[in-house]
Every structure is written in C-alpha cells, then in structure tokens.
Design a protein. Structure first.
Length: 216
C-alpha cells in the first residue's frame, strides 16, 4: 500500500549582530604633470597603508580593488590639459571598537574619500546554519501537526530542500558613511553596527502512517 505523502514548508528568521564591516578608501588627485600625479597618489597611498598598519589587529583583510589613471583633454581632444588618477583599497574589519577612530583618521587626510561601512556576516557564518536548523524543525512540527490531525504519525522523510534562493543566506546591509550614519566625536565617529537579517525557508516531504479516519 502506498504511503500518504505530506508536503510542508518551514521558516525561520533571526536578527543577529554583524561579524564584519567593509569600507573602501580611495586616494584621488588631479595634476597637470602626469609624473607628479603618480608621485602624489603613491605617496598618499603609502601613508594610508601605514595608517591601516596601526590598526592591524582590527583589520582582517585589505585589498587593492581599483587603479585608474587617465588624461583630461582640451575641448578639441588633441592635448591633455591635466591627468586624473585614483587608487582604491577595500578594507575588512572584524573589531568594531576602533572602527570609528580609524575612519575618523582616514577622513581627515588630504586626497582621501571613504565609502561604507557595509555591515555583513562572514561567508558561511554559523548564523546561517542555525537558522536552517530552525526552519527544518518548524517544518517537522507542521508535518507532525498535519499527521496528528488525521490520526497518523510521521513515518519517514523523503526530501528536504531550500524552498527559495533566500534560504539561510545572510542578507548584507549597508550604512552610508555620510549623511547622518555617524556622528563626529572627539577622536572618532560614533558608529552603530546594523543588525543582520538571516532567513531560511525549507521544503519538507514526509510519509505518514495510515490515517485513522473517524467513522461517519
């Protein structure tokens, strides 16, 4: 005799603290002399790297993510009147306590612009695994309730799968560095890490024992 199959969805959602903060610091300048421009940008980039070295315990990773150098031509497009260049470094921080101070120090430097911070969880964060387990538990509870409603019990699990692409993956949220995201204090910006939403939705198929239907 074929077993009765029950299909249900399970869901779970958590708000958890971020584990990383990511920001980009860009050194940019314009100069009529190309060699002078390269020297200015390189010097400032070296000074920025030295500043980041002072916060090495908080900085997990830093990577050069962009380098641009191009001429600005006159109206006829025949002669370069100036040169523009920039170099961007993306920084990942895991210790948030000195982050406001670090951004404050960088923001005060010449030729520097900053984007971020973007708050996020680590790839493969345990928070994702925890919420998936909660979603499976929720699905099993629902399946058990359906089985009980017809006088049955759970028999065996046939399938467990993510119900959609959002299943268990942390959602990264960003907070702009400017426009009220931080306040200027004595020696640092007052930053408030944004809670991360982690969600999972699973599909569960189970078989149940022979239903016991009430006699009419």
């Amino acid at each position: 005799m074929e077993k009765t199959i029950v299909t249900v969805h399970g869901e779970a959602r958590r708000e958890v603290p971020p584990e990383q903060a990511v920001f980009t610091v860009t050194v940019s300048a314009v100069d009529r002399d190309k060699a002078a421009l390269v020297a200015r940008i390189n010097q400032r980039a070296t000074e920025t790297s030295a500043l980041l070295d002072r916060y090495s315990q908080a900085v997990e990773r830093r990577e050069t993510t962009g380098l641009q150098m191009h001429p600005e031509y006159n109206r006829r497009g025949r002669r370069a009147e100036a040169y523009q260049g920039s170099i961007a470094t993306t920084v990942t921080v895991t210790d948030f306590e000195p982050l406001g101070e670090l951004l404050y120090q960088l923001a005060g430097e010449e030729l520097i612009s900053i984007s971020g911070p973007w708050w996020q969880l680590r790839p493969g964060s345990r928070a994702g695994a925890d919420v998936r387990r909660e979603a499976v538990a929720d699905a099993l509870t629902r399946a058990r309730e359906y089985a009980t409603a017809v006088g049955s019990e759970l028999d065996r699990i046939l399938e467990i799968a993510d119900a959609d692409t959002a299943g268990g993956h942390p959602m990264m949220r960003a907070a702009a560095f400017a426009g009220g995201a931080a306040e200027d204090t004595a020696g640092g910006f007052d930053l408030s890490p944004e809670q991360q939403t982690v969600e999972a939705r699973v599909l569960l198929r189970v078989t149940i024992t022979e239903p016991t239907l009430p006699t009419p």
